[in-house]
Design a protein around this ligand. Structure first.
Ligand code: HAM
Length: 420
């Protein structure tokens, strides 16, 4: 036993109380934002059937699955993402659900990845999905909810941007360059590897897909387009993809986050199921992988055996935003003071302290009752360093007077609490 490490397995995390403070800050903001935008919570099993998760599209995530066999020989896996599971759940009840549905989940996901700062082998992901509508207001609401969550966490708007593009737009442009639609997904998956492998290797991938050298050159030229107007000029008047992107930006204007949007044709997304608008949020210095990412995936429901149904969603991980928040707000999570710290000098005041704690708790106040008698100096030092709003210390004089003093740890003012 003695050579068992104290560390969690590589890429996995323990959450000590100081880590939980950060995690709760993120989860609380996620839940509040999802609720503010009318998403209903759901959940699912962490273990999924391998067949549902595996797609044969050259996606990185398919190669990162933690897969295993159960004792009956079933091929199972820890989910690397929530979207296939959501598609399965929705397909199972497609006749009974009232579409469009807006669902949210906080899902732990597992990917066997190469580790860097902001990249682990396990993470929690807020998933927001709207299924059953192809209106671009869905994209606007989704992004609005994600912006709302980031703002609740305390990250200023100038620290991050949402990079926006559209696979439908890229599809239109590829089609204009003579690349048939059947090859587009393979082209997307190859282009998504940009920055991770060399452009020559990407060209090789495209060549293997049967693209001629002229089509490959044209594909790289498309990626050099850096404004929406530039893309619109290439796509030509009447491009549905451009109209949709402009409609989203107009809605974002009304919702107060258009200044966070940035057209970026290089955003493609590494998952094969996206069909329309795609987006990824990054810190402005681009130190990390995406804060969140998502897009429209109108074909996935049919792919898992359901009826064709439009859908759009995003995944927002806890790791990257955690690193960015620590950098922006300091290493100790700022937690608002609340509740009472309650101490006592000797065993003689303990019973009164227990009764007072019971009364305060019955009134709905959190109370951290000292487990042992303490010197006042020691108690107040601990209370000050805790998250308590009020510190109450019972000594023999308080008991005799029948009144305790609750000291507000922000204002240093005291209020009287009768002990009876
Ligand atoms: P994704 O881009 O693969 O999308 O992941 C979404 C987010 O999860 C990323 O932006 C990142 O914050 C976080 N994340 C992913 N992998 C890791 C990792 N190894 N370590 C730390 N954080 C990570 C999806 O998963 C899609 N299923 C999202 C979606 C929902 N699309 C539609 N609905």
């Amino acid at each position: 036993m003695s050579d068992i490490s104290f560390e969690p397995p590589r890429g996995m995390r323990d959450f000590y109380p100081e880590d939980m403070a950060w995690r709760n800050r993120v989860f609380d903001a996620w839940r509040a934002a999802a609720d503010a935008f009318g998403f209903q919570p759901y959940d699912a099993c962490v273990v999924e059937s391998l067949a549902l998760l595996q797609r044969k599209s050259g996606e990185e995530v398919s190669e990162q699955i933690y897969a295993f066999e159960d004792k009956s020989g079933r091929a199972l896996a820890l989910r690397p993402e929530m979207t296939p599971t959501l598609a399965r759940m929705v397909a199972a009840r497609q006749g009974r659900l009232h579409f469009p549905i807006k669902w949210s989940a906080i899902a732990q996901c597992f990917r066997y990845e190469r580790m860097t700062r902001g990249r682990k082998r396990e993470h929690y992901q807020l998933n927001l999905d709207i299924i059953g509508s192809d209106d671009v207001l869905c994209e606007a609401e989704l992004l609005g909810a994600a912006v709302n969550a980031v703002r609740r966490m305390g990250l200023p708007d100038d620290a991050w941007r949402i990079h926006l593009s559209s696979r439908a737009l890229l599809g239109e442009l590829l089609a204009k360059s003579g690349i048939p639609a059947a090859q587009h997904t393979a082209v997307f998956m190859a282009l998504d590897k940009r920055g991770k492998i060399s452009d020559e290797d990407i060209a090789d991938l495209l060549r293997n897909e049967g693209l001629a050298q002229s089509a490959i050159d044209e594909t790289f030229r498309l990626l050099a387009v850096d404004t929406l107007d530039g893309a619109a000029a290439l796509a030509g008047a009447g491009s549905p993809a451009i109209a949709r992107l402009r409609a989203l930006i107009a809605l974002a204007e009304r919702m107060g986050y258009a200044h966070l949007l940035q057209f970026d044709i290089s955003v493609i997304r590494g998952l094969s199921y996206y069909t329309g608008i795609v987006f990824e949020a990054f810190d402005v210095q681009r130190r990390f992988r995406a804060i969140f990412g998502g897009g429209r995936y109108d074909s996935l429901l049919a792919l898992v055996g359901g009826k064709p149904t439009p859908a759009v969603g995003l995944g927002f991980g806890d790791v990257v935003i955690g690193e960015i928040l620590r950098d922006a707000l300091g290493d100790v999570c700022p937690t608002p003071r609340h509740g009472y710290a309650l101490g006592y000098m000797t065993e003689a005041e303990r019973a009164a302290a227990v009764s007072l704690a019971a009364r305060l708790r019955a009134d709905g106040h959190p109370v951290n009752l000292a487990l042992l008698p303490q010197k006042p100096k020691h108690f107040f030092a601990q209370a000050g360093a805790s998250t308590a709003q009020f510190a109450v210390f019972l000594g023999p004089d308080d008991l005799a007077a029948g009144i305790a003093k609750a000291k507000n740890l922000d204002t240093r003012e005291s209020v009287d609490l009768p002990l009876a």
